[in-house]
Structures are given as C-alpha cells and as structure tokens.
Design a protein around this ligand. Sequence first.
Ligand code: ASP
Length: 571
Amino acid sequence: MVTLCGWVHRRRDHGGIVFIDLRDRYGLTQIVSDPEKFADAHKQMDTVRPEFVLQIEGVVNARPKGQENANLTTGKIEVDVQKVTILNPAKTPPFEIDGDKEVGEELRLKYRYLDLRRERMKKNLVLRHKVIKYIRDFMDKENFLEVETPILIKGTPEGSREYLVPSRLYPGTFYVLPQSPQQLKQLLMVAGFDRYFQIARCFRDEDQRGDRQPEFTQLDVEMSFVREEDVMAVNEKLLIELVKKFAPQKKIQKTPFPVLTYEETMNLYGSDKPDIRFDLPLSDITDIAADCGFGVFKSVVEAGGVVKALKVDGGAKFTRKETDEFEEAAKIYGAKGLAYVVIEDELKSPIVKFFKKEEMDEILERVGAEKGDIVFFVAAGFEVACTALGAVRLAVGKKMALIDENLFAFTWVHDFPMFEVDKESGKLNAVHHPFTSPKDSKEFLENPKGATALGYDIVLNGSEIGGGSVRIHDSAVQAKVFEILEISKEDAERRFGHMLEAFQYGAPPHAGIAWGLDRLVMIFADEPNIREVIAFPKDSKAKDLMLGAPSVMPAEQLEELHVKIDLKDKR
Ligand code: ASP
C-alpha cells in the first residue's frame, strides 16, 4: 500500500475506468480507479476535477504491456486506488495547468501561485535554487563568508532613484532601500572580513525598461588585498563551473576569457558589451576622412568626431529594405544616417561621387573590401559613431545568421573612463560608481576628468551580466571624486561621512564585483526575460498584480508615519 498526496493534473474516463495523473512537486503518477474493484473509491474519483487536492491510498502495479510512458519517470507503474480522500476541491483555474499553452502574462502574474504549478516555472525555480546552492558551496570552498547586510539603510549612490521608507520613530526622516550593499561590503573590508559574498536583494526605482525589476538579486562579492586580476580569476572560475554544470550543451568560446579595454571594444565592436560570438569588426577611417572630398565626413572630423566603417563580406546582396533596417538601427543610437558603398563591377553609392578615386581606394583597402561586399559608414562623435555602427554590426550578424547559438562568449571589459557627461544636466557622472578607484591616482589628481577607472564588466553574448571595480581606499582621493561629481563637502559629509571616516581607520585595498543573478539564471534556463526565473516578480510596470501592490494605505497608518499625501496634478 502507498499513500500519495497531490493535485489532479488530468482526468480521463475510459469506459468506466477513471485515470488520473496526480501531480506533486516531483512529477506525475497515474492513478487507476476501477469501479469493479473498489466501488467507494471510484464514486469519489468520479467527482474529482482538475486541481482538486487528493490523498490516494492504493497498490503500485506495473502498467499493462504497451501502456508504459517512456517520458515519465513513473511511466512504468500505476497506482490502483483503494481509498480516496478529497483534501480540498478547486475552482476551475483561469488557465490550464497542464500543457504548454501560451497564457497572457497579466493572467499568469495575477494567479502566480497557479502559474508556478506549471512544469516550466517549476523547472526554473528548481534551477534557480540549484544555481544559488552551487554558488554558495563554491564561495564557501574559496573561503568567502556570506554576511547579510541590512535592507533599511541610508542611500548608496549607484545612479538610480532610491526607494524610501518613512520612519515612524523619527518624524520626517527616511530609510532608503539599498541599490546594492556597496558601502556595507566595503565597510566589511575595513572590518577585516577579507572575502565577503552575499546573495543580495537590491532595489532601484527606475522607469521600467526592458525586463528590469524594481527588486532583483545579485551575487555580491568583495575582497581585500587583491587586484583586478584576482577578482576576475575567482569569478571566471565560478562562471566556468556553472556553465559546465547548468548549461553543459553550451561551448565556452574562449578561456581564459578575453579581456578588452573599453576603447578596444568600442573601436572593434561598437559596444561596451560586445557580442563576440561572431567577428565582423569595425574599422576606423578618421584619418582618411579628415582630408577627403566629402564635406559631411570632413566636418565631423574637424569638430573632433570620428568616421567608423563596417565591411560586410557578401553584403552587396542586401536589399534596399535591409539597408534601411540597418540605418534605423544606427539612428536609435543617435547617428544621423548610415552611408554605404556597394562593391560590384562598379561602386554603387550615393556618396562615392564626393570622393577622389584614390581616397575611396584607400578606404576600401583599409577595410579589406572586395567585389560582392558592402561597407557602411557612420560619422559622428566617438561614442555615437561606435555604438551606432555597433548596432548595425549586431543587426547584420543576426540577418546573416553569423551567431552560433551554441556558444557562450564571455568577455571582460575594463579600463572604462571614470566619468561621463550626463546628457540632461551636463554634469559629470561616475561611469561605475563614486567608490571606484582611478587607475593611476597621481594622474587622476592632475587630470581628473580624463582619468581611467579600475572598473570592469563581465559580458556574456552581448549582455552585461556583472560589473565591479577596485575601490578607493584613500579618503583624499574619495573626497576628490565627490568634488568632481559636484557633491559639496557638506553633502558628502552628510551622505558618506561614515565612509570617509572609516577610510581613516586602516582601510585595506579592496575590490569587488556583483552579478545580476536573475539574468544569469534566465540565460541558463533559456528564458526570454527575468520574470520567468523569479517566483513573484512585478510586471513590466512595476506592479505586483497578485498582491495588488503598490496600494493605498489607511489614513491612520500614514499619520503614524507623519506622511501627508498630496495628489494635486496627479489625478
Ligand atoms: N555595487 C555594484 C553594482 O551593483 C557592483 C560593485 O561595484 O561591486 O553594480
């Protein structure tokens, strides 16, 4: 006799004999109810419907010959039911739990507890658990200590808007939810815990773009007495092990992972998160364009810009519609247009007439173009020219099926600039975050704005999956960074005084990194967005459709928190 508990997954009636697939976390078991054998049990079985919760007592038998199901681990057996207890009936679910039918996401998120009953979601959550467990075991073996850091903190600047929590005890004051445990992990280094990690929840109140979530999970890491290479090495080792374990069908393109500088990757691939599964590098023709007959190119170079070229082997066959699509891709990144030359018996191009023959010959030789190829050009400031043509490179790669989907191409990108100009305010922003060390402190103090940072990102197949930096541990350098970011002394003192002070009590040199864990699990699960690997995600507009959050709060509660709501202009 066995006792099984679970949900009715499917029910079939075969001429009086009722078959049920009973589902639990571990899978399905076929239950057979024969009216001739156990009439009482059968009566009960006749009334059950999908998603009823049952307790079954019965005897395990081999399935009759020819009725085995090789796709199920329990496919060789069935349970002859003798007693049925209906533990709970169920309403008809708003969508089918069995099968892989597409269900609208709104419905899935509203009834997430039902969605999670489905095989796909169950598999993803099991995978997530296993990945995290593997990471914990690995980090433990490598002598890292997992330390929990608080969720109610004071702000930490990572460039996003923060979630605030009003304090009841201290009227008019707020806690901030961490964008990451950045400051706390650095303070743990000051405390002497030289190898820290945490599976950490982070909160960022950003406008929802793509598949970001207001809260997400990082593998957060910090190490003392290390250089950039040491952080890279241990992370690389873990990533390689994870791929072997959780995506064994994928081939890692190259180990050790290639390391590109920011400038190299921008110049070659037109992106700071290059997809290097395929080659198709960009070329630079700025020097030739500087004195060419084509005024558009020339004036861009005179204004300090660059001209980038992309030669595509066999690209002469692109249709007009295709080149228009590539141009659209370039325009998204700010290019005014996408010039091209098609190399056939003659050159076909709206711009060729502006060039002397030798100039065009030199360009074609530089990019290695031959008959049957096309060369695209973007002339603009460095970043726009690179990223716009980088977008064309990706679009061409997809169009020409140059991407090997079985590859995992990891790259490190490092030597980022310390600062970038904020497009809206014109002020300088930290490219990584304000705790990132300059590569050369002396040079930085002399020419802070042009400084290179000791920051690095880990990129997989064109997505950034993590990033980190060597940190500043000298309070004078830290103060200078705040000054460049136009954070006044008083402001810096008020917001980060604890960091500046801590650095005066013997701060070790330290460095760290954080990975977006949801994104990594998503890639291993072969899912298109991170919501598929998070048990209870917000929707794409930051709402929890199941709980109905965010929601209006009772007046007394707001009063207690000293919060007054003013919805003028909002309704
Ligand atoms: N706190 C950083 C982030 O969330 C990562 C790091 O620098 O360690 O991107």
